[in-house]
Design a binder for this molecule. Sequence first.
Ligand code: GLA
Length: 390
Amino acid sequence: MTVNTLFDRADALLRRTLGRSTDGLAFAPGRVNLIGEHTDYNGGFVLPCAIQLGTGVAWAARDDDLVRVVRSDPQEDVAEFRLSDRLGAGPGTGRTGGPPWWAYVQGMMLAMRQAHGLSLGGLDIALAGDLPMGAGLSSSASLCVAVGQACAASAAFEMPRTHLALAAQRAENDFVGCRCGNMDQMASTHGQAGKALLIDCRALSVQPISMPPGLAILVVHSGVERGLVDSAYNERRASCDRAAALLGLGSLRDATTDLLADPRLDALALQRARHVVTENERVLAAAQALQTGDLRTLRECMAASHRSMRDDFAITVSAVDRLADLMHTAIGAEGGARMTGGGFGGCVVGLVPEDRLNALDQAVAAGYRDPHGSPPRRWRLRASTGVSLG
Ligand code: GLA
């Protein structure tokens, strides 16, 4: 779907279900991470790009403090609250029933008010999206950023992209209760067409890296839905904090290869820390390789990243390992494959020369079956622009 199609859908939905005509439109993309997993909340480096799939929002201002939100996929759901309701006493307070996306919308509106003292008025909002949920392509960050951009526009406020990203992260951290880092939100706000983004998650700096001409992105879903994601994710984050504390560091960003020999690290802390230290190195090497079109080095970085996620960080499952292996082999000498996103299921990303894309697609369709015995879902993605107004 194009962004304009999402806008048309959101606009029609707002009219049909809430009886309003649109005052403004906003779009925020999802992202695919090329390399750099679980490094963001350790203050490290990541290399994602925004993609052409995302969330479109149509909004209309109200003259009271009611917020009504409608979303049509998978089924049509309407939810509402008043801005004067007591919300956000702490993590999880957003889970007040309603459809699964509801806590994100409430959390984002609250984060926008807290971040900038925005005097938000009531809004009618319609959402239309084409991102698969729970696939590791950041449907939640896309939703939060799109709603945040709509809120800012409704208050005639031009919000800096990084501020918008951090507000969206806070919505998930403080309201939904997932202690995610800032990669997804930074990618969704800062995306550029044809570029990957080398993000320093501590400095909050973004360096666009041109994708080599003729390099395609294929994302394949293992079909393993990520179960218990939030708790396992939060547990990994806690184990990184613990490893940093054992080393007397504020964050694993400051750990080095030498420090990994420190006897204060027990076996588990060593594994977790080693993943973060080596993954940060691989992100920088992969960014350099992407910039120079060195697809062989990129291949090595992606393969080593996958092994590290499997053996040290323990966030892959056997179906994902099988799929990554199959893709790695089918891609050939130039380009590579690795699991992308938080882990425990989800997708594998392949970077492949355009002229081998169809062969890769066919190899995956023929050689992999999801847990239901079907060929896997696949997306051909493009590095795309970040959040925008319609
Ligand atoms: C999820 C989180 C991100 C990041 C990745 C793993 O997508 O939302 O902040 O930690 O997992 O790299």
